[in-house]
Design a protein around this ligand. Structure first.
Ligand SMILES: CSC[C@@H](O)[C@@H](O)C(=O)COP(=O)(O)O
Length: 347
């Protein structure tokens, strides 16, 4: 099987596998301008916390290429403005701002303006390569949490290669468990309204040859009541210092259902998704997306015209519902204020 790699840098251009069209159309978007890269993030042509961090890195390279001719202080000032534009493309995933800050630190440390662009390119490539290596380590740490043969794991949204540079986080843990010989059952939610689960996760499992059963989001409760789910694992967009975790809307519902049914609920995320500057989940900004994503799909209306809709893209799962947070350094366990700090320091 060829590894799925949704983000490709050619040396002068960013190529993204357009996730608004998958799985039925495979279209590559070619981007040469940082504003177009930011728009691709907002429009979710590329999505998933680590993937938008990697994209932000290359968007900064494109910005530097555009600003190249300026005098150093002007250059840094203009790059900072471009960085603010890129970081504002979506509010919830910390990886976006994290990548922009990392790129800015590299630019600011470089005295020769002519060397800034190549240094940024090197750093963006490093972020992408590190992401794949980190995901593989998350898989190694997390695979022991997967259920015994015949028992079920449930996942939500898309946390696979498409949401990262390769391999994935929560989906990567499931993959690692399966590649280690586990023959547990896999369930994935469709993940309304954008259908990351039905469109992207189901496709990735097919590519991997891992049998996975798709469920409507609202079927999770009955599946758990019937004993079909032995653990739940999802990704994260931002983990607060106390372990409260923002992830795709519906994650909180699954965590409460898992708690009610005595099922462990896990998060898998790189330490770059841990935001120690945020004490608890109430302070995480939750993106609200357009109403038409709920009232219709793919340009086809579902609800009667004029129906108002509320479309928060994420929710926050309180840390008390989370049995463990799998990172590239370790599986963090409560109390998270200590274990997350240790994991971040060890990274
Ligand atoms: C490894 S991806 C982790 C999260 O980013 C993922 O679970 C998620 O919520 C993605 O949301 P999306 O709105 O599709 O970007």
């Amino acid at each position: 099987m060829n590894e799925i790699r949704p983000i490709n840098w050619t040396g002068s251009r960013l190529e993204l596998l357009d996730q608004t069209l998958l799985p039925h159309q495979h279209v590559t978007v070619r981007i040469t301008d940082y504003r177009a890269a930011a728009a691709a993030i907002t429009e979710m042509r590329v999505r998933g916390a680590p993937a938008i961090g990697v994209t932000a890195g290359y968007a900064m390279v494109l910005a530097a290429a555009e600003l190249q001719s300026r005098e150093r202080d002007h250059f840094i000032g203009a790059l900072r403005e471009a960085g603010a534009h890129i970081a504002a493309a979506r509010p919830t995933a910390v990886n976006l701002g994290w990548a922009v800050r990392r790129m800015m630190r590299v630019a600011e440390a470089e005295p020769d303006p002519g060397s800034i662009r190549p240094r940024l390119e090197q750093e963006a490539r490093r972020i992408q390569e590190e992401d794949e290596a980190i995901n593989r380590r998350i898989g190694e740490h997390g695979r022991a949490l997967m259920p015994a043969d015949g028992q079920g794991v449930l996942t939500h949204c898309n946390t696979g290669a498409l949401a990262t540079s390769a391999f994935g986080t929560a989906l990567g843990v499931i993959r690692a468990g399966w590649e280690a010989g586990g023959r547990f059952k896999v369930y994935n939610t469709e993940t309304r309204p954008w259908l990351q689960g039905a469109r992207l996760t189901s496709w990735e499992f097919q590519q991997l040859g891992i049998p996975a059963t798709l469920i409507a989001d609202s079927a999770a409760g009955v599946l758990m009541q019937r004993g079909e789910v032995s653990c739940v694992i999802t990704g994260a967009d931002r983990v607060a210092a106390n372990g409260d975790t923002a992830n795709k809307v519906g994650t909180y519902t699954l965590a409460v259902l898992a708690h009610e049914n005595g099922i462990p609920f896990y998060i898998a995320a790189p330490t770059s998704t841990v935001d120690l500057a945020i004490a608890h989940g109430d302070d995480i900004a939750i993106e609200e997306r357009p109403q038409h994503e709920v009232t219709g799909y793919g340009g086809t209306p579902i609800a009667p015209e004029g129906t108002p809709a509320y479309n928060p893209a994420f929710d926050v799962t309180p840390h008390r519902y989370i049995a463990g947070i799998v990172t590239e350094t370790t599986v963090c366990r409560p109390p998270y204020t200590e274990s997350l700090r240790q994991a971040v320091d060890a990274a």
